[in-house]
Design a protein around this ligand. Structure first.
Ligand code: ADP
Length: 307
């Protein structure tokens, strides 16, 4: 099994439910509050770790009590903590999530905080780990200059970069040209390529955009419809597993973590997508993000059952 790295965000999710969402100036009495680990990078790393990957989380935390939410979770799950950076200058990132308990509509403010201040020196300090890794998975939730520095480093060592282009933000052609694989969801795919992805033909067009920029493999996740995969001239929409979803937040994170774990074990892209699909299908059947990520045994049993 190869070593892999997730380089990305950590934020503490602060979620409150209330009978309706406040309008400007209004204070609403809520009915429930929950706090837990979040951030796309962290969620994806937890998914990969629980799925059996030899993975290190690289992110940056403040020196405050919210940082403990990350480190306590990592201790509990026995995840290595040597990829964590700390700063006294910025708070640990947070996401304020307001949920209307009647309509399930939400409003979210994310303040990436410390993980948006990753320095060149910090990126340079992970060189040894990058050197021995096969894949590095990034998202677009930390300061992009750090992502760019990671990509340059990765390319020096024959390691491959997977970019989950979430949340959408503009990325340069130069950055894309150094990326091995992209994994947008259908909304991000449209934002990046201008192509509305709804079937094999339109997905092919979106993939062409990425190929022109120099990307080698394209995956577009399509929610409950499954995943578009384009690799070595073969293109297909792999259907999602049919399950009763109760909470699809973090489905993309589950999928990306699963993909990374499977690739690190030497599976080809098609097998890896099947594994990631299975992991994501299990995760949407449970509430929460990191707690809903299944363990390797559960994923294997699920895939065995659904042959
Ligand atoms: P995101 O969370 O980034 O919007 P998607 O909604 O595209 O990502 O979901 C990512 C993957 O999770 C899908 O490609 C699929 O494998 C799985 N998934 C999402 N929703 C469901 C569902 N309702 N049933 C089964 N699998 C799902």
């Amino acid at each position: 099994m190869g070593k892999v790295v997730v380089f990305g965000s950590f934020v503490v999710d602060l979620m409150a439910r209330s009978p309706h969402l406040p309008v400007p100036g209004e204070t609403v009495k809520g009915s429930m509050f929950k706090m837990g680990p979040g951030g796309k990078g962290f969620n994806q790393c937890v998914a990969a770790h629980k799925a059996g990957a030899d993975v290190v989380m690289v992110t940056k935390l403040g020196k405050d009590s919210f940082a403990n939410v990350a480190t306590d979770t990592m201790d509990e799950l026995r995840m290595p903590k040597d990829g964590l950076f700390f700063t006294e200058e910025t708070e640990t990132g947070i996401a304020l999530i307001l949920v209307d308990e009647n309509t399930s509509q939400n409003e979210i403010i994310i303040v990436p905080g410390a993980c948006n201040t990753i320095t060149d020196a910090e990126v340079d300090s992970i060189e040894e780990r990058i050197k021995e890794s096969e894949y590095v998975l990034l998202q677009l939730e930390v300061n992009q200059d750090a992502n760019e520095r990671v990509v340059d480093m990765v390319n020096r060592y024959g390691c491959k970069v997977i970019v989950n282009t979430a949340p959408y933000s503009q990325i340069s052609d130069e950055f894309l040209s150094k990326v091995y694989m992209v994994t947008p969801n259908e909304v991000e795919a449209e934002e990046l390529t201008g192509v509305h992805v709804e079937d094999l033909e339109s997905a092919h067009k979106a993939a062409e955009y990425f190929y022109e920029k120099g990307v080698e493999k394209v995956i577009i996740t399509l929610g409950s419809r499954g995943v578009f995969v384009s690799s070595d001239g073969k293109e297909e929409i792999v259907p999602a597993f049919k399950v009763d979803a109760v909470d699809t937040t973090g489905a993309g994170d589950a999928f990306n973590g699963g993909l990374l774990a499977a690739l690190s074990k030497g599976k080809d892209i098609w097998e890896a997508v099947r594994f990631a699909n299975g992991l994501a299908a299990l995760s949407v059947q449970k509430l929460g993000t990191t707690p809903s990520m299944p363990k390797l045994e559960e994923i294997e049993a699920f895939l065995e059952e659904h042959k």
